[in-house]
Design a protein around this ligand. Sequence first.
Ligand SMILES: *Cc1c(COP(=O)(O)O)cnc(C)c1O
Length: 224
Amino acid sequence: MNGPRQAFEDVRNQLRNAAKAAGRPVPALLAVSKTKPAADVAALAACGQRAFGENYVQEGRDKVRELAGLGLEWHLIGHLQSNKCREAAENFDWVQSLDRERLVEPLHRYRGDARLPLNVLVQVNVDGEASKSGCAPEQAAALARAVASASHLRLRGVMGIGAPFPDFDLRRASFQRLRGVFSSLQAEFPGVDTLSMGMSEDFELAVAEGATMVRIGSRLFGPR
Ligand SMILES: *Cc1c(COP(=O)(O)O)cnc(C)c1O
């Protein structure tokens, strides 16, 4: 490893190049710090990175507390259990993994009005993979309506995980389906601006297909 600064510069260059090649704006970078210690997050924050993603509510909460002075933005990107809604609503700035209606009310209630609304993405499982969370594409609009009607939540868009198809065209097609869901939500809800797709192995393709945010872990922090 060349240290976080080199990895950070490399990823940012690759993002810029991918965006330029696709004729699209450079997407936001979410640094996925799951399983990595708070010191690694602090080191990347010192390079200028602000937004970090965590998969587990408790692990994320511990880092949020430890690094509270750094002014970072925290995204929950892992499966959310309903008994963790309180800690999620109290510690994170975004929940990207909202995939069922019964999470909406507790997230809204625990967020309350003492802080800014919780930013929410609807997680969509475009490929119907049994191993992944996410609602079916046909359910996304109903879920988005439920989020949009909760005043302590702010609907921002869609999150998805590209299926690891060996075939490049199939991968592309699954990102295109996600973008289709995103576009239809955008047409219905004015605040929708975020299409979160693309990880270390497929972010260039995701950018080409219109990602506005990519979630990158191992390319920034090294293998887990
Ligand atoms: C772990 C994870 C990432 C980052 O994965 P890398 O392959 O390490 O970049 C992105 N999104 C989700 C939902 C994840 O669980």
